[in-house]
Write a protein that binds this ligand. Structure first.
Ligand SMILES: C[S@@+](CC[C@H](N)C(=O)[O-])C[C@H]1O[C@@H](n2cnc3c(N)ncnc32)[C@H](O)[C@@H]1O
Length: 510
């Protein structure tokens, strides 16, 4: 029950969460040790601006700590007329130095465990906006009793969370319980929001539960106590608890999914499968010494090594110029004197120049390199036959997948992909096209590991987990395929995106 700590024109309301058992202060002090970090003012202002933009009647901060976010909200509210002043609710397990200031400003303080606070549930009592900088603590580091609470919350919400999951997830999850239909949230999250496997379910849930979801990565770590990068999550137009519950109750990403058109999300019936169901992805061949094994045509000429002793190979992301790697593209690269020839003297009766080159390799001790010394003879790389696709997982913007029309080999800086399921064989153009749909664009970004220099890294397993519309549900006639192929050769991805989105929507409406 609420206890009134003031009277008259400025009632100061301190509400205490009711528990069946007494909250354990020791537990919370332990938790706070990990997470009582202050949100920088500029960042707090950004979040405050976002939640106030929709003129909310009630705003909640589930764990206000030292009150940085609430202070930013109050600062902006000074400009608001009295009748537009929203009610502000601030919850935390521990008292804060800012409490007095908050109470003077008529903030309702809820003292207790937010994750067990159910009072504001439902449309009547809910809030219109949640602003939050939740604690980031690995579940394994939580006190036992707190671990019990989060375990129950994930069971109640049927959210599967592995042991290495993190405390912040539950603040996001439980905020939805309190949010009114049409409401919005602004959260400061760690980078794991974007790529962690354990966060996959909550990401899907958030992206399916709001009309518009915007995410922003901050370039520098914000908090001294956490070396992780920071992500800002802004979501508006909450579909309501029913959609949320439906999602949790079985509308998993594979049978009801999220289409991103521009920034707004809507639900589609398009069937999603993982790319790994269509192609198997592995790393390319390991030669064991790029400088020795990869030759360009001018070096071959200098050495007098003929094409009989080499194999055509791509070895670098920059060799994948367009999603159709055809003969012409390969020849153009060769014209540019790229290193496209793998030294591979399979014919034992090789010429003197080849013998000399092998001896030169031995003099330079390439034969002692890790991969070379494992094989016999050391200079014969273990070959994987030319694959159906060649992929790059280290990219600036988007994973690169090329149809290997030129039937060349690929080294291990690149990945190779081969049809896994014969049902899809021959559907390379449709497969490429669905990879550029809004659905696929949205889901792949969840898998990217971001490097500080802005590069995105996708491991083969990440790419195989990529959720894409099922190519078998899209029918392209001969003319359309030809047109798509032309567009791919010219890297006209936006045009492809428009066409494929339309085709997916047509499938939807059938
Ligand atoms: C990162 S701090 C919040 C910082 C705050 N936004 C600021 O900038 O001052 C996280 C807060 O979560 C609180 N907390 C941890 N577990 C909680 C729970 N179950 N319910 C409510 N608050 C909790 C901690 O006491 C801590 O104050």
């Amino acid at each position: 029950m609420g206890s009134v700590c003031g009277s008259g024109r400025n009632p100061m309301v301190m509400t205490r969460v009711q528990y069946t058992e007494k909250p354990n202060l020791e537990d919370w002090q332990l938790v706070a040790k990990f997470c009582r970090h202050l949100t920088p003012e500029g960042l707090a202002d950004t979040l405050a601006k976002y939640v106030l933009a929709a003129n909310p009647k009630r705003i909640l901060d589930p764990c206000y700590g030292e009150g940085a976010l609430i202070r930013s909200v109050l600062k902006r509210l000074k400009r608001y007329p009295k009748k537009r002043q929203p009610e502000i609710i601030a919850c935390d397990v521990l008292d804060g130095e800012c409490d007095k200031e908050l109470l003077i400003n008529k903030v309702t303080i809820v003292r207790g465990d937010f994750l067990r606070w159910k009072d504001s549930m439902g449309q009547e009592k809910g809030v219109d906006a949640v602003i939050c900088n939740p604690p980031y603590i690995g579940n394994r580091n939580l006190p036992l009793r707190v671990r019990g609470v989060v375990k129950k919350l994930s069971e109640d919400n049927k959210i599967k969370l592995p042991g290495n999951s993190n405390y912040w997830i539950f603040f996001l999850l439980h905020s939805l319980v309190h949010l009114r239909k049409g409401g919005r949230i602004a959260f400061i999250l760690p980078t794991s929001w974007k790529y962690a496997d354990y966060a996959k379910e909550i990401r899907n849930l958030i992206r399916a539960s709001f009309e518009k979801v915007e995410e922003e990565s901050l370039p520098e770590p914000v908090f001294e106590t956490s070396r992780e990068g920071t992500e800002l999550l802004f979501a508006s137009g909450f579909f309501g608890n029913e959609v949320c519950k439906n999602f949790i109750n079985g509308f998993s990403p594979s049978n009801r999914d999220v289409v991103c058109s521009g920034q707004s999300l809507r639900l589609s019936r398009a069937k999603l499968i993982s790319l790994g169901e269509v192609i198997r992805i592995n790393i390319g061949i390991v030669c064991g010494g790029v400088k020795f094994f990869l030759l360009n045509k001018s070096k071959m000429k200098d050495l007098g090594i003929g094409h009989k002793y080499v194999l055509p190979v791509v070895s670098n992301t920059k060799h994948l110029k367009a999603p159709i790697l055809d003969r012409k593209q390969f020849e153009d690269l060769d014209e540019n004197d790229e290193r496209l020839w793998l030294f591979y003297p399979r014919d034992k009766s090789f010429s003197k120049v080849v013998r000399n080159y092998i001896e030169e390799g031995e003099r330079l001790r390439f034969n002692e390199a890790l991969w070379c010394r494992r094989r016999e003879p050391w200079y014969l790389t273990q070959i994987k036959p030319p694959s159906n696709f060649i992929l790059s997982g280290m990219v600036r913007e988007y994973p690169l997948i090329c149809v290997n029309e030129s039937k060349v080999f690929a080294t291990n800086t690149l990945y190779i992909g081969n049809w896994k399921n014969e049902k899809y064989e021959g559907m390379e153009i449709v497969l490429l096209a669905v990879l550029f749909s809004d659905l696929a664009r949205k889901s792949v970004m969840e898998l990217a590991r971001k490097y500080p220099d802005g590069l995105l890294k996708f491991e083969p397993c990440d790419l195989m987990a990529w959720k894409i519309p099922d190519p078998r549900e899209i029918s392209l006639n001969g003319l359309q395929k030809k047109e798509m192929k032309r567009l791919f050769k010219q890297n006209k991805f936006e045009e492809i995106n428009k066409i494929i989105n339309k085709l997916i929507c047509n499938t939807d409406s059938q």
